[in-house]
Design a protein around this ligand. Sequence first.
Ligand SMILES: [Zn+2]
Length: 221
Amino acid sequence: MSLSPDSFETREAIIAACLELNRSGVNQGTSGNISVQVDGGFLITPSGVPYAQMTPELIVRLPLDDSPPEPGQMKPSTEWPFHRAILNAKPEMHAVVHAHPVYCSVLAMSHRPIPACHYMVAAFGGTDVPLADYALFGSQALSDNITRAMADRTGCLMANHGAVVCGETLDKAMWRMRELETLAQAYVASLSIGTPRLLSDAEMAEVLAGFAEYGPGRARG
Ligand SMILES: [Zn+2]
């Protein structure tokens, strides 16, 4: 998958995705943040700017290494360290979406990862959606905990915080975030009526084998 250019359109797409997060109820306020890798760096939402007031020039461009960012930009989201860490750890993933979806947060507050309670767990790359250990927002420790939890996954819950997913494209990352919150909602509801029956490792292996190409994207010609 080729990288998006740092263009007006890419920046507009990030803003549209932020607005979509809140419109769909997956996030509220400015707690969510989004990044997209571009040539020579990545674009990320600015810190604390209401999405409705965000304009393409307010999106911040950061390097993928420790070199200093271009001066004169807005402050990036405080969560930029884990966005950068995920993009660096997963070269095939070009977008990261973080939010505080209610049902993901409910599970994250109880330190409960999502087990193989539904086949859509496979959309996150394995037999569960793991939980990253708690660490202070914006900290290097949080970034380390997330990259550890997501070593072989495309999403995780974040203890006492929320959720983060990545995608080959921004569309795919947004799809994963919506699916994760739906999954969390169904899992929480299932716990309220008893104990969900989990899929076996063999059943999940079968799903995972068919899942490599699942989700939005162009058909292979
Ligand atoms: Zn957060």
